[in-house]
Ligand binder design. Structure first.
Ligand code: Z15
Length: 818
């Protein structure tokens, strides 16, 4: 008997059908006969919202009236992916939807596909935020996700005829978007510029120069089987100055609407840099815009109708999590609100503020820790700069009571000295909050020992770790229904969807050859599905009888896509030179997915190289179809959901000490892929859990990397030492992948041979050597699948439900609504 705990549908198929008909008629204005899948998508989404509405009201009421502290997850990015099927799953209405839609003469898949995915994030950080709000709702914890409703999400990636990346605007709001509810009556004014004056009583008054209206667009965040629906509140910028009257009177109509355009520019576009911020004024405006609106919103929500609320209780009402440095301007903003708007003294305000905020750091790259010129902050937010300076002064005074080490105190300045003072947002966040956490054990250790060393010396108790996780609802149940059914069959219950550690119960089944074969059949069917999808969407011809070997993530030097492509080229060179007999080569299909920041020259050149390697290798008859390279463009959540369940081998090959965590690694392991990886980020913990014998480890450790840097790293040495590496790099230089042109990749090759900042060349030999272990195992399908199944069985820890539970106990000190 299989135990079914999935939520029961609140509706019958007949009711669902009637509601869709009603929406089609009154909202879409079409008959079922006229309706397109897109119409049915909008109608069905409105129906789902209809059935979730009471739970949404109740969650909000319980949050405000109860005494459970809420979580405010402040994040510049929420990479949600499609909403409809997720909402149907979490609310228990998948079967009713499928039947209703079929009854109306549509294919459920066509209706699902009609949704345009909101891509309001760059990569891991934004997708993590989306997983976290799913888990918060599923655990029944009252929470807001607070962010920005960008009009343009992450760019749409295309490749031109030379294989170069082209960025196209992602105007995701071009079509009707049924999920967001714009609430004009709950907008907030956000001010900018101007000056600060001192009143007669000595208090400060900020006289801003211009303002923007922040209008909330609310998205339901339905929990899985929790009966709770939280809110994702994304702010959109609207102008107050519909017309600048002075200009208008001069009948210069077009110029009169300029201020409006400028104000509304604030939420226009998501910056496409992941881990490499651009210090642009507009980005700071965005950050302040959503954080200021969110803080005022929380005060409005938790102290409704109160002119003189007792804000000393604010930290008991809500805790704000700062997702990276992007929302850190919230710290001086809350100070300003408390002091200037509500009249609290500095110390009371500081106590409230530090009890309200906590900070998650997501990086080890120094360039990803945001630093803003004090001058820019002063121009845009003059009062905040004063407050930041005062925080800095007080902080330095506090440090002086804790250490005599002057040099250390100096290193810890929040505002640097000199001609061009800078504000270090990570330091501000560390000083202005209660806890700082990294996102995987190794990362949190390195944060304490390296990045924020001085801070952890003096405030050791502030530092903690919360290893990332992913939601099993979207990334197992929705992405991989076949594996989900097999897991439920194997465990005899579907409870794993809300308690992922139950996957451990699959471990004994790895000894059962019949079960392993079923598991292998699931993977094979998923590969066939993906081949069909790739054919339909991209025109690719993938052979599902080859190993599917995937590397999907942002294109960044530290992630080392170049290591993967060089190893592949080396194999190709072996075939061309006859060093290996092509008939002995294990057939592989290598699949890349990656966007490069538009201004990231070497990353874009790497994309071009991969595309051209694909063109040459796939069309070379000497290869006899043994090596295939595909690069589906525009990697996004939808593609991830199709590709991850179809992958045999996942690449997590960043330089040790550079990837804070990774979350793709978790999704692949949970979907029964084997991983080839370095001891970096969460790979370390994945390997610990699945067992060293079930993980392909290679490459230098953090200590070895550090040592090599100290000794003086010379990549050319490695080029000379490994003939296969030399052959591969020479093949890039000699024009094989550029129609004979020797200049095309010269900058990339020069970088490899002279800089190679992330030591791709030093890890090349180890990486190619591990390939023989990988291939030997893959030639024994039963053993490969046994190990892959053990990966699934032992990865339950990597549920974002567990991450959130860790945040609740270690940082937020709150829990589910009663
Ligand atoms: C981003 O996606 C990540 C870190 C950042 O500092 C920025 Cl700006 C964007 C990623 C990390 O690179 C990745 O290792 C981690 O898994 C992810 O955040 C979520 O924590």
């Amino acid at each position: 008997m299989t135990e079914i705990t999935a939520p029961k549908s609140p509706v019958t198929t007949e009711e669902f059908t009637d509601r869709i008909r009603e929406q089609l008629k009154y909202a879409q204005g079409v008959t079922p006969e006229q309706a397109t899948p897109a119409d049915v998508y909008v109608a069905s989404s409105l129906v789902v919202r209809h059935y979730l509405q009471d739970a949404w009201f109740k969650t909000q009421q319980d949050m405000v009236n109860g005494n459970t502290k809420a979580v405010g997850y402040l994040s510049a990015e929420f990479l949600m992916g499609k909403q409809l099927r997720n909402a149907l799953l979490n609310a228990g209405m998948i079967d009713q939807f499928d039947a209703a839609v079929e009854g109306l003469g549509f294919k459920p898949q066509d209706v699902i596909d009609a949704e345009y995915e909101p891509a309001l994030g760059n990569g891991g950080l934004g997708r993590l935020a989306a997983c976290f709000i799913d888990s918060l709702a599923s655990l029944g914890v009252p929470a807001f996700g607070y962010g920005i409703q960008y009009r343009y999400g992450i760019f749409k990636q295309e490749f031109d005829k030379d294989g170069k990346q082209i960025e196209k605007p992602e105007y995701w709001l071009a079509n009707e978007e049924p999920w967001g509810h714009t609430d004009y009556n709950r907008s907030q004014r956000v001010n900018f510029g101007g000056k600060v004056v001192t009143r007669a009583d000595g208090s400060k008054e900020w006289q801003p120069e211009w303002s923007v209206r922040a209008v909330p667009v609310d998205y339901m965040v339905p929990g899985y089987a929790s009966g709770r629906v939280n809110t994702l509140r994304l702010w959109t910028a609207k102008s107050y100055d519909e017309f600048d009257l002075a200009t208008f009177n001069k009948s210069d109509y077009l110029n009169a609407v300029k201020p409006k355009v400028k104000a509304e520019d604030i939420s226009k576009i998501l910056y496409p840099e992941d881990s490499t911020p651009q210090g642009k004024a507009l980005r700071l405006e965005q950050q302040y815009f959503f954080v200021s609106a969110s803080i005022h919103d929380a005060i409005r929500v938790f102290y409704p109708g109160q002119d003189k609320p007792d804000l000393t209780t604010f930290p008991d009402k809500i805790t704000f999590q700062l997702n990276d440095t992007h929302p850190v301007i919230g710290i001086p903003e809350l100070m300003r609100v408390l002091i200037d708007e509500y009249g609290y003294d500095w110390n009371t305000a500081w106590d409230i503020t530090t009890r309200t905020f906590n900070y998650t750091c997501h990086t080890l790259l120094p360039e990803a820790l945001e630093v803003w010129p004090a001058k820019l902050i002063g121009e845009l937010l003059p009062r905040h700069l004063e407050i930041i300076k005062a925080i800095n002064t007080n902080f330095l005074a506090e440090l002086a009571t804790k250490t005599r080490d002057k040099a250390k105190i100096d290193r810890m300045r929040i505002v640097t000295e000199g001609e061009n003072p800078q504000v270090r947002m990570a330091y501000l966040a560390t000083a202005g909050g209660s806890h700082v956490n990294g996102v995987a054990e190794l990362h949190s250790e390195l944060l304490k020992d390296v990045t924020l060393r001085d801070f952890s010396d003096i405030y050791p108790d502030k530092f903690t770790n919360v290893t990332n996780g992913v939601t099993p609802r979207r990334f197992i149940r929705l992405a991989n229904p076949r594996l989900s059914a097999l897991i439920t069959e194997g465990l005899g219950t579907d409870r794993w969807l809300s308690d992922l550690e139950l996957l451990k119960g699959l471990e004994p089944l790895a000894k059962d050859d019949e079960f392993v074969k079923k598991f292998a059949a699931v993977k094979q069917a998923n590969k066939e599905d993906f081949a069909a999808y790739a054919k339909r969407e991209y025109g690719f011809e993938l052979d599902p009888n080859t190993m599917f070997n995937t590397m999907v993530k942002r294109l960044h030097e530290y992630k080392r896509q170049s290591l993967k492509i060089l190893a592949l080229i080396a194999k190709y060179a072996d075939i061309k030179s006859g060093k290996v007999n092509v008939d002995d080569v294990l057939p592989r299909t290598v699949i890349f997915g990656a966007k490069a920041a538009p201004g990231y020259y070497l990353a874009k050149m790497t994309i071009q190289l991969i595309n051209n390697v694909a063109r040459v290798v796939n069309n070379d008859p000497d290869v006899k179809g043994k090596l295939n390279v595909y690069f589906p463009w525009n990697y996004n959540v939808r593609l991830a959901q199709h590709l991850i369940p179809a992958t045999d081998l996942d690449e997590q090959i960043s330089q040790a000490g550079k990837e804070a965590s990774g979350t793709g690694n978790m999704k692949f392991a949970l979907n029964g892929a084997m991983t080839v990886g370095t001891l970096d980020g969460a790979n370390v913990e994945i390997r610990e859990r699945v067992g060293a014998e079930n993980f392909f480890l290679f490459g230098m450790t953090v200590d070895e990397v550090d040592k090599l840097y100290e000794e003086g790293y010379s990549p050319a040495k490695y080029y000379e030492a490994d003939p296969r590496l030399k052959a591969a790099i020479d093949m890039v230089s000699d024009g094989t992948f550029s129609n004979g042109d020797r200049n095309t990749y010269a900058p990339l090759v020069a970088d490899w041979l002279t800089k190679d900042w992330f030591m791709t060349l030093a890890d090349f030999t180890a990486y190619t050597e591990i390939q023989s272990d990988i291939e030997a195992l893959y030639r024994q399908p039963l053993e490969w699948n046994r190990k892959a199944l053990l990966n699934v069985a032992n990865s339950g820890y990597f549920s974002s439900d567990r991450s959130i539970t860790d945040y609740l106990t270690r940082i937020w000190h709150t829990g589910p609504l009663a």
